[in-house]
Design a protein around this ligand. Structure first.
Ligand code: GLP
Length: 241
């Protein structure tokens, strides 16, 4: 893992955007793995700026989201399907039909998860995956205890993740308790990964991810098994390294 400690969110956004730009410019038709949550937003804004001002094009790119809540009504403002469009893909020249996510409204969530997992492989796999990390170390929605080899599947969110994400909803009771999430095994198949985090509440998860034992207790530590990971953190998130 390469760890880059940045002075502030703006510098972090430029570092992450640089990784994206290298892959998007060099690789021709590219498969991007996109994350939701607040951590990647500054990087997405920087990429939108580069698209508008510097002609960075995503016309040859397609995208797979990491995860989706189960049971939110279609178009719900907190669905990740909507989030990624509002915060990134509708502001660049990526074909909307090629921005894919698990269907959180599917009648059979396990079958939908398996279908989604297969579709990533059929697209040739992910060239670059961006990740955030939960304060309990979760990656996508792989909560502590998730198998390091797990595939896309229905998952039950922990109380701490529901509490963390309640800030996006009207109340804690409105946060779904289930999600469909790429597994740690799925995520680790991406050819390159960039993970970004800011703030002191991520410091322990970052330290366990980078320096702890590889363990399902801290799902981020699975990334130690990956050959090409860049971690971009501010000083607060890196403070326990
Ligand atoms: C959610 C997402 C994760 C994300 C995490 C951290 O649970 N499923 O992909 O990394 O939250 O979110 P934030 O970046 O808002 O701290």
């Amino acid at each position: 893992m390469e760890v880059i400690i940045v002075a502030d969110a703006a510098e972090g956004a430029r570092e992450v955007a640089d990784v994206f730009e290298r892959v998007v410019r060099d690789a021709g038709p590219v498969v991007l793995g996109l994350a939701t949550g607040s951590s990647p937003i500054a990087a997405y804004q920087e990429l939108i700026r580069r698209h508008r001002e510097e002609g960075l094009s995503f016309a040859d790119a397609r995208a797979f989201l990491l995860d989706e809540y189960v049971g939110l009504p279609a178009g719900h403002e907190q669905s990740y399907h909507r989030f990624i469009r509002e915060n990134f893909t509708s502001h660049i020249d990526m074909d909307d039909a090629l921005v894919l996510s698990p269907d959180g409204g599917a009648a059979d969530p396990a079958a939908e998860a398996a279908r989604y997992d297969r579709s990533i492989g059929e697209a040739g796999g992910v060239d670059l995956q961006i990740l955030g990390i939960g304060s309990n170390g979760h990656i996508a929605f792989n909560e502590p205890g998730s198998s390091l080899a797990s595939r896309t599947r229905p998952v039950v969110l922990t109380e701490s993740t529901i509490a963390d994400n309640a800030r996006f909803f009207a109340s804690r009771e409105d946060v779904p308790q289930l999600a469909l999430s790429q597994g740690l095994g799925t995520v680790r198949e991406a050819r390159e990964i960039v993970l970004t985090a800011t703030g002191e509440n991520k410091a322990r998860a970052i330290a366990q991810m980078v320096e702890g034992p590889v363990s399902a207790r801290w799902p981020g530590s699975a990334l130690q098994l990956h050959p090409k990971v860049t971690v971009v953190v501010d000083e607060a998130a890196g403070s326990e390294l």
